[in-house]
Design a protein around this ligand. Sequence first.
Ligand code: V47
Ligand code: SF4
Length: 365
Amino acid sequence: MTVETWIPTSFLQEIADKVQRQERVTEEEGLRLFSCNTPEEQEAIRRLADHVRKRKNGDLVHFASSLFIYPTNLCELNCPFCSFYAKPGWEKAWYLTPAQVEEKIRKHAHMELTEIHIVGGLWRDCNLDYYEELFPRIHSVDPNLHIKALTAVEYDFLAKLHGISIEEVFQKMMSWGLGSLPGGGAEILVEEIRKKIAPGKITSDEYLAIHKIAHKLGLRSNVTMLFGHIESNADIVSHLCRVRELQDETGGFQTFIPLKFGEENNALGKRKNRLKGKSLPLVYAISRLMLDNISHLKVLWNYIGIETGLEMLKWGGNDLSSTNTEEKVIEMAGGVRVQMDRKKMEELICQAGRTPLLTHSGALP
Ligand code: V47
Ligand code: SF4
């Protein structure tokens, strides 16, 4: 990139040159980008992330018409950041049979759904027999529905529960109709922090190894990053590098999804003195600049609000997630509650000056 008046420092000029030449931003540079705190520097970072977004996706903004299904919120773990889980006997606990899930999907048929997003707690009643019954029931409603189901944490749980390998779990699930994996459960792929916020969960290495197995079997997946709690900027950049490294190997990640921590109704949120403020736009923009090998950056408007969500489309975002119908994880942690439909999403995207494209996780380019 030639020297531009909007590039205020020599460091950002170096980054702009790299972006222009499509060269990789290093871990050290990524961290340094986080300390660019003048409005001029941040505007330059925004423009660079927007340039990458446009190069990868043009003006299209992808979104899905998605129904979230949580078979149960009963969970063997109690991660301190989670507002969703319940223990037997708790008033907020639920469990849905496969027949009840099917009924719920039929009730939403008028929404012209494109995908069903299924995740839940780690609970032995939701075992392989459960999914063997559930997936065909979903496809009996509409065989074109894309089933994006279960996080790496749940696949690890199922493999241990049934005493079989992760590969075997995936193969069975694929034969019953599994389409892809959502990105949940990544939290922060830095052990020191991960141990504090998700002490009972699989390690960072295990999370990535499970996605690698999925990719090898031809399944594509998303990957998230939970931020805005006790992590440092260096932890964020390490997380991005670990994701980028696996993507170099497999190419199986479709979308990167920053998840802003919701503080309500969970133990971590009560420890306010430990929480660190983060510049939301910089997290999106630096993710876009560092993840040169991932096509899509997803903005979850229900985590950050619609207005901020639309703003993030200018900081590298190209995917406005979905209608998020019946989403519960962030709703229970204080997220935005808005009844959304396809038409409203299209209007919002047009309002942001971009072109909406209804799709689902199985059809993303
Ligand atoms: O794994 C839990 C996170 C994830 C909180 O792949 C929290 O398309 C913020 O991964 N504050 C589940 N986040 C959600 C998720 C997701 C959502 C939408 C689309 C896709 C996709 C994936 O939510 C969990 C965890 O990392 N989470 N509690 C909280 N208090
Ligand atoms: Fe259970 Fe997942 Fe919540 Fe942890 S984040 S308590 S594993 S539902």
